[in-house]
Design a protein around this ligand. Structure first.
Ligand SMILES: [Zn+2]
Length: 471
């Protein structure tokens, strides 16, 4: 799950305690599972233990260690018997069978190199400048650019966010009353931008200045653009015997319809000195473990009348590039539902083994799933933290923008989760028994989606906020 401003978190030193607690938790959890489980708790523990292990060094996008995680997931998909997705970059020609599940693509990283701004003849000091840009070289004179002034009592965040939504090239002069907010943006922009495509040429140049009249401006800026590769892991469970549907009036030929189970397998890597690891056990090794084990469950069931897709997305933490790329490789109209699983490793505020979903009011998916759960005295709850905007803070938002009933399922108590985006988000902080129960609830509740007997309503695209064009 992504933070709203990508600001890094304070580190915590719990290293020694961590190792001790890991052993303890595993022992307790193993013995507390019931014999009637439909999904192997042993396998669940094995998967999450590896994905959250120190060996993977926090699964940072672009790191060599995230590739180890990808290879592990790909091998699990191959062993389960999934098929690769049939698209151009799916690795179909790979000689190694496991590599066929790797969906490789590139992103561009744009880092600001130089920035010079002259307003009314005065050169502005660099500490009062910030730039977010997707353009390698820009040179603006007064009439080339849209000028904006943020006055003392204006809402700076709102102005900047609206310009980001609009796209294009903007110079924003910001009153020094907003100095603190300006510094926040400056720090964020200085780290550079990552973009899936450089198609949109846009820039926002910010100047901290009390200048109220802009008679003449001159801006020149340059950036370094590099290209790096990223990898999603995608496996498909084709629909079972759709051609045997002889009765044309029956609606059981659902092979062209897709139910998508997803998570993100990337996380934050290590602290800057490399000494501590953001294991991301909850965020989102837990969801990835769920996706793998749901794939195994449904492959064994062999009763899916719809095509099932299982996707472990990369680069969620740095802006959701994995799900964005994935969404461009298929027709979103074919995706009947997206069950995105994020942070299910600890009991929710509703109790151990319970789960809630984001954006429940946007489609009737939650109501349909609860029809399956209510006889078992279980239910999927509504997101208890609407003020956190969680619907937009994971990969579901990308597919929701395309109309897919795409929701995230989680159990985090985000308002007081002391491990969120901390090095202490390790396996010792999880309740694996609770997590196992959540996975089983998801398996049970989505059965009707899988066998094609229910179809949720679409999400209204017009009601889903667009992503910014520039940063
Ligand atoms: Zn996160």
């Amino acid at each position: 799950m992504i933070t709203t401003m990508h600001l890094s978190s304070k580190m915590q030193n719990r290293f020694t305690l961590k190792i001790l607690l890991t052993t303890l938790t595993l022992t307790i959890s193993c013995s507390s599972f019931s014999a009637s489980e439909i999904i192997s708790s042993k396998q669940v523990i094995k998967d999450i233990t590896y994905l959250a292990s120190d060996e993977l060094k926090g699964r940072a996008s672009f790191s060599p260690e995230i590739d180890k995680a990808a290879n592990y997931i790909a091998k699990r998909f191959a062993d389960i018997g999934l098929k690769p997705m049939t698209i151009k970059n799916s690795g179909l020609n790979a000689s190694n069978k496991n590599d066929q599940f790797l969906q490789r693509f590139t992103v561009h990283q744009i880092k600001p190199k130089t920035l010079n701004v002259v307003i009314n003849g005065n050169e502005i000091a660099s500490e009062n400048l910030a730039i977010a840009s997707t353009i390698a070289e820009l040179n603006w004179q007064t009439n080339d650019v849209k000028l904006h002034i943020v006055k003392q009592n204006d809402d700076m965040r709102k102005t900047v966010s609206e310009l980001n939504q609009e796209g294009g090239q903007h110079l924003v002069v910001i009153n020094s009353a907003h100095a603190k907010t300006f510094k926040g943006y400056q720090g964020y922009f200085n780290r550079g931008l990552t973009k899936l495509s450089l198609e949109h040429r846009g820039a926002i140049v910010m100047v901290l200045s009390d200048e109220a009249e802009l008679n003449s401006v001159s801006v020149s800026a340059s950036a370094t653009i590099t290209t790096q590769s990223l990898t999603n892991v995608v496996g498909v469970l084709p629909a079972i015997n759709p051609q045997k549907s002889i009765d044309k009036t029956s609606d059981n030929n659902n092979a062209g319809e897709i139910v998508l189970y997803s998570s993100h397998y990337d996380h934050l890597g290590t602290t800057e000195d490399g000494k501590q690891i953001y294991n991301g056990a909850d965020d989102d090794a837990s969801g990835t473990t769920a996706v793998i084990n749901l794939a195994e469950y449904y492959a064994k069931q062999a009763n899916n009348k719809r095509t099932l897709m299982f996707s472990a997305f990369t680069a969620e933490e740095i802006g959701g590039f994995g799900s964005k790329y994935f969404s461009e490789q298929l027709n979103p109209d074919d995706v009947v539902a997206m069950i995105n699983i994020e942070m299910i490793g600890k009991p929710s505020k509703f109790g151990a083994g319970t789960v809630w979903m984001t954006g429940m009011e946007r489609s009737n998916l939650g109501a349909l799933l609860n029809e399956k759960l209510s006889p078992l005295n279980r239910q999927i709850y509504q997101d208890p933290y609407p003020e956190q905007g969680l619907f937009y803070r994971s990969d579901n938002a990308t597919l929701a923008r395309l109309g897919v009933p795409a929701h995230s399922f989680s159990s985090t108590q985000l308002d007081k989760d002391e491990h969120y985006h901390k090095v202490s988000d390790d396996i010792a902080s999880l309740d694996l028994s609770s997590m196992h129960k959540v996975i089983e609830s998801l398996a049970t509740s989505t059965q009707a989606l899988v066998n094609g007997s229910v179809t949720p309503t679409r999400i209204d695209k017009a009601q889903v906020r667009a992503k910014g064009k520039i940063y």
